[in-house]
Design a protein around this ligand. Structure first.
Ligand SMILES: [Ca+2]
Ligand SMILES: [Ca+2]
Ligand SMILES: [Ca+2]
Length: 208
């Protein structure tokens, strides 16, 4: 009986060390979502999980998203660095814009009233981030036309004070690449057509 008690005490002490060690470790990892459930970036998609743009569009990060050092992973409308903006480079074309977001509450001030978080792609509104129960991840997919260097801006519009959210990464998945013929190919095609026309004329003349 006594041995059981000792064993349990030992187990409890071990667990305590393990948990406090884990907590300390998690605090050491700066700029990392301490959440193993963070959605994975779709393989092959052009993406960023490091911020690369600020409110003024100067090309410098204001660290309002991603997992980079010092990144702020919880943004509220009253924060100076709100809205969240970042750029994604890709070859361009028809694409799906995919965003992993944290804590877009589906019921903030009442049943069925979600946080209103709007996505703009190169300035044009393309949709809202999907909402879910508090403190959970959502992955939103929105169809866009990528130009190659595209600005994504995510703004929380409502329902007002107290609402906050985070963006872990944004990705552009090209569904149909843009067809841009090379000048060389156009020249070749053009000469081919001219040659064909010349041949046809010659044949017609020979027949006459
Ligand atoms: Ca910002
Ligand atoms: Ca930013
Ligand atoms: Ca929220």
């Amino acid at each position: 009986m006594r041995k059981h008690w000792l064993r349990r005490a030992l187990l409890a002490v071990c667990m305590l060390f393990l948990v406090s060690g884990g907590v300390a470790l998690a605090q050491d990892v700066e700029g990392n979502w301490n959440d193993a459930t963070m959605p994975a970036i779709p393989p092959g998609a052009y993406h960023t999980n490091i911020d690369n743009e600020d409110n003024a569009g100067s090309g410098h990060p204001d660290k309002d998203m991603g997992v980079g050092p010092g990144a702020q992973q919880y943004i509220c409308p009253e924060d100076e660095i709100h809205p969240v903006e970042f750029r994604i480079s890709s070859p361009g074309g028809q694409a799906n814009l995919i965003i992993a977001a944290w804590d877009i509450d589906d019921e903030t001030i009442g049943p069925g009233i979600p946080e209103d978080v709007r996505v703009r792609f190169n300035g044009a509104y393309v949709g809202n981030l999907e909402a879910a129960p508090s403190e959970s991840w959502t992955v939103t997919t929105l169809p866009v036309t990528a130009t190659g260097n595209d600005l994504v801006k995510v703004t929380m519009a409502g329902p007002g004070e107290g609402g906050c959210f985070g963006i872990a990464w944004g990705a552009v998945e090209i569904t149909e690449e843009e067809f841009v013929p090379e000048p060389g190919s156009i020249l070749l095609l053009g000469s081919g057509l001219v040659g064909l026309a010349g041949y046809a004329t010659l044949r017609l003349r020979t027949r006459e």
